[in-house]
Structures are given as C-alpha cells and as structure tokens.
Design a protein around this ligand. Structure first.
Ligand code: HEC
Ligand code: HEC
Ligand code: HEC
Ligand code: HEC
Ligand code: HEC
Length: 737
C-alpha cells in the first residue's frame, strides 16, 4: 500500500523560506518569525505558505498536541517502524496488528473522518489526528490541497510517536509534547535520528535516553490520547466531554489514589493490564481491549484471540440473583434465588433481577465510544419443552440489536433531536442516555414475564453479557464505503439456573439448586446487588440489600465495616432526596460501628466528614478531610469537599489553593473553575478571574440540551424498559455514581 508515495519533494517551492515559532497565548496573530535558514540537521519542516490557520496561530489546534520546538516535524524525520523491527521483531509484529498501528487506515475510522472532512473541511481533523495520525498532524499535511506524501498513514500511532513523547498532561485530546524522533540521545542532549545498527548497539545508554523515558511507564502517557473533549472549533458551539477513561481509572480502586472505591485493590495501570509481558517477557504491544472489528477485518487470528481472551477473562460477572412477584409488596424479595427454595408461580407474572458487576475492568465498562460499541445483557426463560417464556436482548435477523435490550450504550442526539448514529460527534448536541458500569460497581437488569398455566417445569433462566464492536447500524454505514465484516459477538459472562414451577406462593424449602453463577459469597452477592441499586438511585432497596449483607458478615470483620459504610453512604443520599433526620441518625450509627471496627478506614472517615458537614460540625469534618487530603493528594472529591469547607469558613486563600489543587487532578472540574473565578475577582486578580470564568462558561450545564435529553427519552421508553428506576418515574439517568 505504498503506492501513494508520489510527489514528495515538490513542496519545497510552496513553503515559506524560514522557520516560525508559535506563541500559544497570543490571539488572532499569525506568528511567523523572521525568516532564517533551517539547517537540515534540525530535522524540522517549515510552515507552508498556504497552510490554513482557521483556529489561530497554533498550527496543531484544535488539538492540544505540541512539538517540543513549536515547529513541524517532517514525515521523513519520523523513523519508520520497519527500522525498529530490525532489532525488535516481536514487538513490531504485535504492534502491526494493534489498534494503534491501524488507528488511521482502518475502515471504521476512515468512513467517519471522511464524513468530517466533507462536512467541515480537513483542518479541523487536526483534533482527531493528534491521536489517530500524529505524523500527518506534525508534518503539516492536514490542510486543503496538501501534497505531502503520507507513508505514515499506514502506521497510525507508530513506534516513533509514543517513544518520542517528551511530556504529557491529563487534559487529553492529544495533551502531549513530542520531540523530533531519534535513535540515540547523547549524554550532552544531542538527538541523532540516523544511526547504524553498530552505532546503536555500541551505545545502548544513548538509545535508552532517546526512546525510553520514565513517562512511558505512567498512565499519564496514555491519558494524553485516552481522554477527549469536543471543542467549539469542532462542533461550532460548546465544549463537551467525550470520553475520560483515564479519569475513570484514576478514580477506581486500581489507581489506589482515591478513598471512595468500595474495596481496596493492588495498583494496576493501563500498562500492567494492556501491556502484560509477552512470551519474550517484553511488554506486549498488542494492547488488547475490546476491538474485535479490526482483527476480523484484516483477518488476524492472533489479535482476535488476544482481544476475546481479555474480554472473557472474568472481568465482568453475571448473577441471576432475585425473584419477585409483581403483585407482591415490592420489598418482598426472594434472594439469592437458588438458595431460598423458590419456584415460579403458575399463571402469574414473575420478575427476575440480574446483577452485572464490573470486577476487573480498570475503568467504566464499556469504555469510551459507547455510541457505536455494543454491550448488553441478554435474558431468556425457557420451559422444559423448550418453549420460550421470556426473551430480551436477542440479535434480530438483520443483525441489529433489539432496541429494548438492557444495553450499556450512549445515545447522543443532534440539533433536531435525531440520534447520532455515524459517530459524527461534531453534530452532537446532547447525550440522551449513557449507560455504563464504573470500575468496581454493578448494575441490575429487571426482567418481567408471564408463566402460563400449561408451561412445563422446570424453567431455565439464562443471562449472558455480550459485547460487540461495533453495533450493526454503524458497520452497515461503514460498509457503504468499504466492505467490512459483521463484528463478532463475544460472550463475556453467563449464568444459568433452573427453577421449578409451583402452584402455591410459599414453597417448602427445597435442596439448593444447582447453580452455574459465580462462586462469590452470599455476602458479596448482596453487596453487589446493593451497589447496583444504589447506582440506579433505588436507595430504599439498596439500604435493604446492605442490611442483608451486614447480617451475613461475621461480627467485627472488615466485611461488616464495609457494608456498614455502604449503608451510611446510602442514608446520606436518602437525606439528600428529602428524607428526615432519622436517616442521618441511621447513617451515624452505622458509621460509628464501622469505625469502631476499622478506625482508620479512609472511606469511613470520608463519609463521616460528609455526615459532619450535614450536621454543621464543620471543625470535625475539616479534621477528617485535611488528613485524608494529605494521605490522598490525588483524590479530587476529598479536595473538592475541602475547598468548599474552607469557603464556608471564609478561609478564602485556603479555598483558592484547594480548588487550584483540584484542577491539577482534573483540569476540567466545572465547579473549581466557577469558584476560582469568584475567588480571583475577590482578590482583584482580573486576568485569571476572566480565564476561569471563560472555562466555566464553556463547561457549565446546557439547559437546552437537558430538555432535548428528556424529550428523547420520553419518546423512547423502550430504551430503558429493564431498568428498575423506571418504575419510580423520572429519575436522572446516565449520571455517574
Ligand atoms: C540496532 C538494533 C536496534 C534498533 C534499530 C532499535 N533498537 Fe531499541 N534496543 C536495541 C537493543 C539491543 C536494546 C536493549 C535490549 C532490549 O531491551 O532488547 C534496545 C532497547 C530498546 C528499548 C528499551 C527497553 C528497556 O528495557 O528499557 C526501547 C523502548 C527501544 N529499544 C525502542 C526502540 C525503537 C522505538 C526503535 C525504533 C525507533 C528501536 N528501538 C530501534 C536495539 C535496537
Ligand atoms: C484524545 C484522542 C482522540 C481524539 C482527539 C479522537 N479520537 Fe477517535 N478514538 C480514540 C481512541 C482512544 C479510540 C479507541 C476507543 C477504544 O478502543 O475504546 C478512538 C476510536 C475512534 C473510532 C472507532 C474506531 C475503532 O476502530 O475503534 C472512530 C470512528 C473515531 N475514533 C473517530 C474520531 C474522529 C472523527 C475524531 C475527530 C473528530 C476523533 N476520533 C478524535 C482517540 C481519539
Ligand atoms: C502507544 C504507544 C506505543 C507505541 C505505538 C509503541 N510503544 Fe513501545 N512501549 C510503550 C510503552 C508505554 C512501553 C513501556 C511499557 C512498560 O514497560 O510498562 C514500551 C516499551 C517498549 C519496549 C521495551 C519492552 C520491554 O518490556 O522491555 C520496546 C523494545 C519497545 N517499546 C519498542 C517499540 C517498537 C519497536 C514499536 C513499534 C513497532 C513500539 N514500541 C510502539 C509504548 C508504545
Ligand atoms: C498518540 C495517541 C495515543 C497514545 C499515546 C496512546 N494511545 Fe491507545 N489508542 C489511540 C488510538 C487513536 C486508538 C484507537 C485506534 C482505533 O481503534 O482506530 C487507541 C486504542 C487503544 C486501545 C484499544 C484497543 C481495543 O481493542 O479497543 C487500548 C487498549 C489502548 N489504546 C491502550 C493504550 C495504552 C495503555 C496507552 C499508554 C501506554 C495508550 N493506549 C497510549 C491513541 C493513543
Ligand atoms: C485492571 C485492568 C485494567 C486497567 C488498569 C485498565 N484497563 Fe483498559 N480495559 C481492561 C479490560 C478488561 C478491558 C476490556 C473490557 C472493555 O472493553 O471495557 C479494557 C478495555 C479498554 C479499552 C477498549 C474499550 C472498549 O470498550 O473496547 C481501552 C481503550 C482501554 N481499556 C484503555 C485503558 C487505559 C487508557 C487505561 C489507563 C488509564 C486502562 N485501560 C486501564 C482492563 C484494564
């Protein structure tokens, strides 16, 4: 596919005879510094005279990517992967089949970016290519009528991109700075891009300096491209968050940087999960994730297997947990379903709750582009003769998924309220629905069906968690451009249970039914159920589940402490929802007991602080939050609470530095921007006040979008038929726990 290697060096004539530099803070001025000859050894391209600058002087805007010199880097100065392959053959062959290598050329991306170019022109794709095709961006190829040959289109995120990144930030949308690629960096800092094999082998320390900086071991490197926002230059309107997998990880138990996760875990980073040692003990360069579509399209069994192995590695669990008769009191619940000896009532409707838990994904599941990825819970009830009594989440004949499936997906809508189906995020106005399961959390699907009098016992219930990359609508659309295969469906987890049909409501205790669900303890199952209900804002039911869990924990155990903190956390939410002081008393009692068992438990201390704030005991709250802030300097929630408490105490200077600290963890924290704007005004700091005000304005909630979201949902109740919260009316959905 190198046939496009034409017309490379015709460009000289069209380029300005001089170097330029960029002043990022200046507005509206195109800064092309006084012409001076660039030495070939510098390895930098110059600004072409006809390079479009619709977004100000920064030629890489609207992305956040930069070069260390502020200049272009020629395509020829990026070292082709084949050069590295000479000595790193295995790494090279893994990378060849990875999403990184294919990030530009693969048909799913191509169809989408071509649509963007058609609708908005090529310059705006600098946003996308900071992640998908950095070489095209940095070489100045992303401008109308560019004639730069682009051999690196075939290499996407190539070796010399990642291995030349000098620094990275957590703003995302390409928030990294790249140095001119080199094979050697001498002790004096001189970077050498061309070196023979002998020269490399003779000076490995210089090779390491050039290609292996400590940054590569940190998740912040990944954050630069695994966190993104849609910016006004792209949608002509407003800043919108698109995905934040880095933040999700950072707030999960796997980072060990925050106090809120429900359980403690050993630290795992993006690298440790996605680049585990390969057979040769080198960090894998396959980066398996959920992308089964790329390897299916190019027919790469090795990459397909790595991806489906990860998906099937037990990271998500499915548990058919509770049974209820809709005619009964909603609190009358039979669970765990197989151990209470229940049956299905003949001639009645039954409701089954299935719990899906995200146990091992280090961020939300599914991550990132939920508008085109497809993960869902499939449910079936089949009687002894094979008659189907209930079926949800089946793939239809035309390959599409039923709209009423219990799916983890996002539904973005455009200006006219129409769903956005081609991933044209630049046309997105609001997100009507966004379902996911955060790391360490759970979700519940509720399935109701009728058991006819002539059904044959037993009825087998089956639940499956499926994943498909991509949904059928999207692949059908891509196929109009390039023929692509249907994405395979991967079954990530499954549970089955046979239930007898009975004639009476109360069933004599029967022996335990054979179960194929996870071997998790009953305590863990009740707790997961409680968390799932909590995340669906079913606080009463969640409190009940946490009480059950507590009763199963042995006295004085860490399990007891955990479920008591869960209950306190739930009571605090119930109080916010308008319940009386008595729930606060309940929270207080529960927390007191938890902290009696585990006095230093950070989660317990955190909720104690929240409770003390509610009870106006600010000094006590401050004491907890200040010590937690010291122990967990990267916990945005602790620091956010601390900042607002300082404001209450009129300690404005402390509040200011606490909010500034929050922005160091999350540069997009809306509240911090708003509060800082006020504080800076108060201190007479007009310039930063203005900056914070602008940042807040761009990020604050869009009320029109909120209305559009509600209208869309009201028109499509089938989208959430299986969510328990729907029984309770107009609950906010898609909100993070
Ligand atoms: C002449 C052979 C040769 C070439 C070409 C070469 N390397 Fe290396 N590289 C080595 C050797 C030898 C080592 C040290 C042993 C090892 O780790 O395999 C090494 C080590 C590395 C390491 C560090 C491993 C560590 O343990 O810290 C990285 C990263 C690396 N190379 C990246 C690259 C990249 C990227 C390219 C292409 C731009 C490249 N290399 C080209 C020979 C080469
Ligand atoms: C911050 C980096 C970043 C930016 C900016 C970005 N993307 Fe992506 N894009 C990604 C990542 C990462 C994925 C893979 C998601 C995953 O695997 O979970 C992706 C996936 C995609 C996919 C699905 C392809 C596939 O095989 O998974 C399409 C289509 C896409 N992006 C289009 C675009 C377009 C068009 C733009 C510009 C408007 C854009 N992206 C901007 C990082 C980015
Ligand atoms: C998406 C970014 C990225 C790309 C693309 C990439 N690497 Fe790496 N590479 C890394 C990171 C991150 C590490 C360190 C992983 C770790 O040790 O945790 C690494 C490690 C390495 C190592 C050391 C492996 C070990 O365990 O000793 C070598 C060698 C290497 N890369 C070579 C290459 C080559 C050759 C290519 C292209 C064929 C390439 N890399 C492409 C990010 C990248
Ligand atoms: C220069 C930008 C860039 C950097 C840095 C980067 N990625 Fe990516 N990554 C991408 C893009 C773009 C895609 C999606 C390509 C596509 O599907 O078209 C992607 C896809 C992935 C996938 C998805 C694979 C799948 O099967 O869905 C994983 C996993 C991944 N990256 C992990 C990492 C890790 C871990 C790091 C840090 C060591 C990292 N990435 C650094 C740009 C980047
Ligand atoms: C504890 C292990 C773990 C950690 C830590 C982790 N991941 Fe993942 N990641 C997974 C698993 C398992 C999957 C597959 C399930 C899925 O698709 O969500 C996955 C999927 C992905 C995908 C593909 C999303 C999709 O739905 O297809 C991307 C991209 C990704 N991870 C990037 C990252 C980045 C970037 C980091 C660090 C900020 C990270 N991951 C940290 C385990 C982890």
């Amino acid at each position: 596919m190198r046939t496009c290697l034409i017309a490379i060096f015709v460009l000289g004539a069209t380029w300005l005879a001089g170097s330029f530099s960029i002043a990022p803070s200046s507005h509206g001025v195109i800064l092309i510094k006084s012409p001076q000859t660039v030495r070939a050894a510098d390895g930098f391209a110059e600004l072409p005279a006809d390079y479009e600058l619709p977004f100000g002087p920064n030629p890489f805007a609207p992305s956040n990517a930069r070069t260390t010199t502020g200049k272009f880097i020629k395509q020829a100065d990026f070292i082709p992967a084949a050069r590295c392959a000479a000595c790193h053959a295995n790494v090279h062959s893994e990378w060849s089949e990875s999403a990184h290598r294919n990030s530009f050329r693969e048909p799913f991306y191509q169809a989408n970016v071509k649509l963007l170019i058609k609708e908005r022109g090529i310059a705006v794709t600098r946003h996308c290519e900071s992640c998908h095709n950095p070489v095209a961006l940095f070489s100045g190829a992303l401008t109308t009528n560019s004639r730069i040959a682009r051999p690196f289109d075939e290499e996407g995120v190539t070796c010399s991109v990642c291995h030349s990144i000098a620094s990275a930030g957590t703003t995302g949308t390409g928030s990294y700075e790249i140095a001119p690629p080199a094979l050697l960096e001498r002790a004096n800092g001189e970077r050498v891009s061309e070196a023979t094999d002998d020269e490399i082998n003779a000076d490995l320390p210089s090779h390491y300096r050039a290609v292996m900086r400590p940054l590569l071991k940190t998740p912040e490197l990944c954050a630069a491209c695994h966190k993104a926002a849609v910016v006004p230059e792209l949608n002509k309107r407003k800043w919108l968050r698109s995905f934040v997998v880095y933040d999700e990880w950072q707030q999960s138990a796997f980072s060990t940087e925050t106090v809120q996760p429900l359980s403690r875990r050993d630290r795992q980073t993006c690298q440790s999960c996605h680049m585990p040692p390969s057979t040769d003990k080198k960090a894998s360069h396959r980066w398996p994730g959920g992308n089964t579509a790329i390897p299916a399209h190019y027919n790469w069994p090795g990459q397909s297997k790595a991806t489906s192995d990860l998906l099937r590695s037990g990271v998500i669990s499915v548990d058919i947990f509770a049974l209820r008769y809709p005619s009964d009191d909603p609190c009358k619940l039979m669970a765990p379903i197989e151990s209470v000896g229940v049956g299905l009532l003949s001639g009645e409707r039954a409701t089954v709750d299935v719990v899906v838990a995200n146990k091992g994904v280090g961020h939300a599941f599914p991550a990132e582009l939920r508008d085109i990825f497809e993960a869902w819970l499939e449910f079936q009830a089949v009687d002894a003769t094979g008659r189907v009594l209930a079926s949800s989440g089946a793939v239809r004949e035309d390959g599409s998924l039923e709209l009423d499936a219990h799916a983890y997906r996002a539904v973005p809508v455009g200006e006219q309220g129409q769903p956005i189906i081609r991933h044209d995020i630049w046309n997105t106005r609001a997100t009507a629905l966004d379902r996911q399961i955060a790391a360490g959390r759970a979700d519940v699907g509720r399935f109701t069906f009728f058991v006819p009098k002539d059904a044959h016992s037993p009825v087998t219930l089956t639940a499956r968690l499926n994943y498909r990359r991509f949904n059928r609508r999207f692949t059908d659309w891509v196929t109009l451009d390039t023929r692509v295969d249907r994405s395979p469906v991967v079954e990530m987890a499954q549970a089955t249970i046979p239930l007898p049909i009975t004639r009476a409501a109360s069933v004599p205790a029967s022996p335990r039914l054979p179960v194929s669900t996870s071997a998790a303890s009953e305590f863990a199952r009740w707790r997961a159920y409680g968390v799932a209900l909590f995340d669906q804002q079913q606080y009463e039911a969640a409190a009940h589940a946490f009480d059950q869990a507590t009763s199963l924990a042995s006295n004085g155990s860490t399990e007891e402490a955990s479920s008591r903190i869960d209950l306190a956390m739930t009571c605090l939410r119930m109080e916010r929802a308008g319940s009386s002081q008595s729930v606060l008393d309940r929270a207080e009692k529960s927390l007191a007991r938890a902290l009696e068992i585990a006095a230093v438990n950070p989660r317990g201390r955190y909720y104690r602080a929240l409770l003390n704030i509610k009870r106006f005991r600010y000094s006590e709250a401050l004491r907890d939050l200040e010590s937690l802030g010291r122990e967990y300097p990267r916990d945005r929630q602790v620091w956010g609470q601390l900042a607002s408490l300082y404001l209450v105490h009129r300690r404005d200077a402390d509040a200011q530095s606490a909010y500034e600290h929050v922005l160091k963890i999350d540069p997009d924290d809306t509240e911090a921007h708003m509060k800082l704007a006020g504080l800076y005004w108060r201190f007479g700091m007009a310039e930063p006040a203005k900056r914070e005000q602008d940042a807040y304005q761009a990020r604050h909630t869009d009320t029109v979008a909120e209305t559009m979201r509600r209208n869309y949902l009201r028109a499509h109740p089938e989208l959430y038929a299986t969510w328990p919260w729907r029984e309770f009316g107009d609950n906010p959905i898609g909100s993070m726990p």
